[in-house]
Design a protein around this ligand. Structure first.
Ligand SMILES: NC(=O)C1=CN([C@@H]2O[C@H](COP(=O)(O)OP(=O)(O)OC[C@H]3O[C@@H](n4cnc5c(N)ncnc54)[C@H](O)[C@@H]3O)[C@@H](O)[C@H]2O)C=CC1
Ligand SMILES: N[C@@H](CC=O)C(=O)O
Length: 429
């Protein structure tokens, strides 16, 4: 067998610990599959003294994480620290600059700096790999880069955040409180160090922008993703959705069209007979529609130590085998800068929820705003006295341009009848 692939590992938290445990547990199998052993030679994290349940004494400890880029004897650096900038980015730049391969699970960094890093990797003739950055353990980057490489992809969408899906499906099945389920997701190691990235849709948007780049051959364009999360969702929205035959899921969706690339992360009502309605807990799922292969569905664990480590180590196996192509599935020079498509002309059905004061004329005011904007109402439910004596009004619209729905909501902005902001969810067809 050839020389081992020697790894310098930055970050020993949920994912870093998982990588060490996985390399220990499947050492021989991995060596047979990779054609050579994969060995961690040096590690670095913030707190040397912390008990991580793994024996670190066999590795060199490096206090300055960014120095791992030049760690003597290391062939590849694995970054599992997190953060779009800071030490993670310094480490990425200096590792690739030193002509070494780089593996990361850091979607924030790849979404913001992936193009620059891919250029550096290509220039140095080394690998930049980030399978774990999108949908945790699901090999969706590999699936699109390799398995579906012959296809033109029209649309890619799915459940890209395990924390949100864990919260939504727990609220749905057990009627549990948002904050309580979020705390459990944090304890299980699914959530980001700043969980607002999860619940406000930013983490899913990071992943979507990477996925879109790989699927459509475009430069990652995180700033073009329209983002809203699940922070303002009520248990009542989940109950109304269920009564109407839907489940609520936070979806990321990217679509290539004549007017450019449309990218959005938004809570959706998913019909109960759609496969995404049955993706529960911290699972993720991605649907990609190719012009020859048809509809592909990738599903599996989107977060957690084991699944994410599985994706990181798969990247290491590829590097050990000498198999690595362009990070975004085509050379950087071929990635196009797609214009941002306008959502206004998109047509669809919508769920709109208003919390309103319980007084005469409120329903008429909402209905008038819909009529004036040309939005036709398919169904309307009013539920009396929630929490502070206000009333919940949930509307499902007929198919309408999004611009018209936005106009109706704009008309209602500042209305004395409304308590708080309306909730708008798209209905997946
Ligand atoms: N936890 C999960 O399920 C998943 C996480 N990821 C990504 O993997 C990366 C790591 O995530 P986790 O393991 O969950 O994080 P974590 O918070 O559990 O671990 C982070 C590790 O990095 C170290 N670290 C943080 N700042 C540092 C600094 N300035 N210098 C040196 N070391 C530092 C910490 O000491 C810790 O060992 C992140 O980019 C995250 O977005 C990706 C997919 C799933
Ligand atoms: N916080 C992320 C972790 C994996 O990417 C999530 O919940 O999906």
């Amino acid at each position: 067998m050839s020389e081992p692939l020697r790894v310098a590992l930055a970050g020993l938290g949920t994912v870093g610990g998982g990588v060490i445990r996985l390399l220990d547990a499947n050492r021989e199998l991995i060596a047979r599959r990779a054609g050579r052993a994969i060995e961690v030679v040096a590690v670095s994290a913030r707190d040397r003294g912390k008990d991580r349940g793994v024996d670190l004494s066999r590795f060199a400890w490096v206090d300055d994480t960014t120095a791992l880029a030049k760690q003597p004897g290391a062939d590849v650096v694995v970054e599992l620290i997190g953060g779009s900038d800071g030490p993670a980015l310094t480490l990425a730049r200096s590792t690739l600059g030193a002509g070494r391969s780089f593996v990361t699970a850091n979607k924030a960094m790849i979404a913001h700096h992936g193009l620059e890093l891919a250029r550096a990797a290509e220039g140095a003739g080394v690998a930049l790999k980030f399978e774990a950055a999108v949908a945790g353990g699901i090999p969706v980057i590999k699936g699109l880069r390799e398995g579906a490489a012959a296809n033109e992809i029209a649309r890619v969408y799915g459940i890209l955040n395990g924390t949100c899906n864990f919260i939504l499906s727990n609220m749905e099945s057990e009627g549990r409180d948002f904050a309580e389920v979020l705390a459990e997701a944090q304890a299980l190691g699914f959530a980001e160090s700043d969980p607002s990235f999860d619940i406000d849709g930013v983490d899913a948007a990071h992943k979507l922008s990477i996925l879109a780049a790989v699927a459509f051959g475009t430069q990652p364009a995180f700033d073009d993703v329209a983002i809203s999360g699940i922070r303002h969702l009520l248990g009542a929205d989940i109950a109304e959705a269920a009564a109407l035959g839907y489940r609520v899921r936070l979806l990321g969706l990217a679509e290539a069209g004549a007017d450019g690339l449309f990218q959005r992360v938004h809570p959706h009502l998913v019909p109960i007979d759609h496969p995404l309605a049955h993706v529960t807990g911290s699972l993720n799922a991605v649907v990609a529609e190719g012009n020859f292969v048809g509809r592909l569905l990738f599903q599996g664990a989107g977060a957690g130590d084991g699944p994410t480590a599985s994706a990181v180590v798969a990247d290491l196996i590829d590097i050990a085998r000498g198999e690595f192509g362009p990070p975004f599935a085509m050379p950087v020079v071929s990635l196009t800068a797609a214009p941002k498509a306008d959502s206004g002309e998109r047509r669809g059905r919508a769920y709109l929820r208003f919390t309103v004061a319980d007084r005469v004329g409120v329903l008429a005011e909402i209905a008038a705003a819909m009529r004036d904007a040309g939005v036709s109402i398919e169904s309307l439910i009013q539920r009396g006295a929630i929490a502070d004596g206000s009333v919940l009004v949930a509307i499902v619209t007929h198919e309408s341009p999004e611009r018209s729905i936005a106009q109706a909501l704009e008309k209602l902005r500042g209305s004395q009848s409304l308590v708080g902001q309306p909730m708008w969810m798209h209905i997946l067809d």
